[in-house]
Every structure is written in structure tokens, then in C-alpha cells.
Design a protein around this ligand. Structure first.
Ligand code: CMP
Length: 139
């Protein structure tokens, strides 16, 4: 079924001018970018977004990284979008990511891994709502 997922093009990718390269992989996979904006996240937004990871040892590093440079937040739409986007992102650790995936192509490390994608339809709805109002999404 047609569904939506939430994506972030992370600071390591925006700093290397890879926004278009990442978007090309997304569009080639048949996902449509139905909302997109470049923002500088503030600490509170990043901490809220990654609240599920707040007890992890890398939480502070993760938040510092996500606010270190602009990110591009996106809503992607398509058939089976949540699972499809996770497939084309590849594994969290780029060393384990499959050939042709965004993280295999572009990620620098497990932390600076170029993209985020929602892990479920439920989280996609919550994440989209954190960054976009309804009238900013045009399918
Ligand atoms: P993301 O999909 O955005 O969700 C949580 C993020 O935490 C993950 O991508 C990684 O960027 C980051 N992360 C996961 N494991 C580690 C780790 N061991 N060290 C640093 N960052 C990590």
C-alpha cells in the first residue's frame, strides 16, 4: 500500500554536498519526495527526536553530530515506503551495508551514516509530525 516515511539527510552528507546524490538514489528506487526542507536542528529538537536512545552511550555524540551542520528533513511516499527506504539506506554500519545502498555509497561511519529513516509506520507518523505540518506535505 502507498505509505509515507520520514527521512533525514544528515550533516556528514549535507557538508559534502551530497543532498542531490542521496535524492537520486531515493527517486531511482521509486520513492517520491513529497516534502523537504533544509534546517539547522537545535539541541532540544535533536534530543526529542532521539529520545529513545537517551540511555545509550553514544547519545551525547549523536545529538552533537545532528546539530553540527544543516540537515535535510523529508517525507517520502510510495509503495511500502518504510521498508523500501530502509532497504535502500542499507545497514546502520556502512561496513555492513549492501552494495548500492546510500550508506555503502556515502556513509563515513556508524555514527556519521548520512541518512535516517523511520523504523515503523507508527514512528514515521510521529517523526513526520515533529518536523512538518500537514500543509507542507504535497503528495
Ligand atoms: P539512526 O537511524 O539515525 O538512528 C540512531 C542513530 O544512532 C543511528 O542512525 C546512528 O547514526 C547512531 N548510532 C548507532 N549506533 C552508534 C554507535 N555505536 N556510535 C555512534 N552512533 C551510533
Amino acid at each position: 500500500a502507498t505509505e509515507r516515511t520520514f527521512s533525514i539527510i544528515k550533516p556528514d552528507a549535507t557538508e559534502r554536498n551530497l543532498t542531490g546524490a542521496v535524492n537520486a538514489v531515493i527517486e531511482k528506487a521509486g520513492l517520491r519526495i513529497v516534502a523537504q526542507k533544509r534546517i539547522l536542528m537545535n539541541r532540544r529538537e535533536a534530543e526529542t527526536f532521539y529520545a529513545v536512545h537517551k540511555e545509550r552511550p553514544f547519545f551525547g555524540e549523536l545529538v552533537d553530530f545532528m546539530i553540527s551542520a544543516p540537515v535535510v528533513v523529508q517525507v517520502l511516499e510510495g509503495d511500502n515506503a518504510v521498508v523500501k527506504y530502509r532497504e535502500i539506506m542499507g545497514a546502520t554500519n556502512p561496513e555492513s551495508a549492501a552494495e548500492g545502498t546510500i550508506r555503502k555509497l556515502y556513509a563515513k561511519s556508524i555514527g556519521e551514516n548520512s541518512v535516517h529513516g523511520s523504523d515503523s509506520q507508527e514512528n514515521a507518523k510521529l517523526e513526520i509530525a515533529q518536523f512538518f505540518s500537514g500543509n507542507e506535505i504535497v503528495g
